[in-house]
Design a protein around this ligand. Sequence first.
Ligand SMILES: Cc1ncc(COP(=O)(O)O)c(C=O)c1O
Length: 351
Amino acid sequence: MIDIRSDTVTKPSDEMRDVISRAEVGDDVFGEDPNVNELQLSVAKLFGKESALYVPSGTMANQVSINAHTQPGNEVICEAGCHLYNYESGAPALLSGVMLRTIEGVMGSITAEQVEANIRPTNAHFAQTTLIALENTHNRAGGTIFPIEQIKEISQVAKKHNIKMHLDGARLMNAVVATAVEAAEWASYFDSVSICLSKGLGAPVGSVVAGTKGFIERAHRYRKIYGGGMRQAGLLAAAGKYALENNVERLSDDHSNARTFAEGIASLEGINIELDWVQTNIIMIDIDESLGSAADWILDLAEAGIAILSTSPQRLRAVFHLDVSSEETADALTKFCDVHEIRMKKVGIAV
Ligand SMILES: Cc1ncc(COP(=O)(O)O)c(C=O)c1O
């Protein structure tokens, strides 16, 4: 089975397992795990921040950040399709007591004008806007890259209004590799930045969030409150370190596999892909209703040996990652075309 459901499905390589098996550990709740400490230091350095914190997941990275930046009753501005609004179980309301003010973006990006128009006045009637949370690359928009100029302009608006900025950088290294804009430059416009080690980078578990020392102290407290304090976490952190040292540059292979696949199927009848949106490792594939639903396609593709997910009734999402080689990409492309032919016949369209 070629699994293009998500880049979270990657499994640790033999070399990574080797590193895990030899990792020195200590009690990280006591701050004594050498691999966790080294990982935190290296991510802080990578992002040009004072400090960093290892957390079990991207969701926890976002949620400790929101809590550390806000007070209950505050409002957080974010893009309508973002992960922390759509896929984190209402956690900002539950854990931080904040409201989210969503803005409809284009390819997952919003503008400084939109942000400024949505900041609440400082008047007793209104919730106070204290945080702007952006996502780069943007998952639901298909791995699109937030233009750096737009981020810069939003950060100027944020400064003017004394509002903090958080970046959900679950796939920030994909943006780094695709643009040659360095991680520290992306991060320089934000008060906090998260990164996931368990997506395209191929570690089994873990994310890191970086920011000022004071911010990380608060985030550390929330990590404990949320039950995210782990003991001999160095086994996992060692895999994270290995991922950052070995699996960043190769993300460009995933990007070129995604492009090959997208270009190979974009001209099939009834298949619609915005090729401009294929900027990194994710492809959104819209299926014309005449060819059945995304659910029909998922079943037929599974039979052909491709595991894929849908994000809406007519939309499939394909994600390329380190466990899908260029040969498997070519194979997946052939299989997708075969399934297209099968579905055309099923619905009575001559091929
Ligand atoms: C952009 C983004 N942020 C955060 C997350 C959450 O990561 P996790 O599944 O590790 O909680 C994801 C997961 O897919 C994501 O795509």
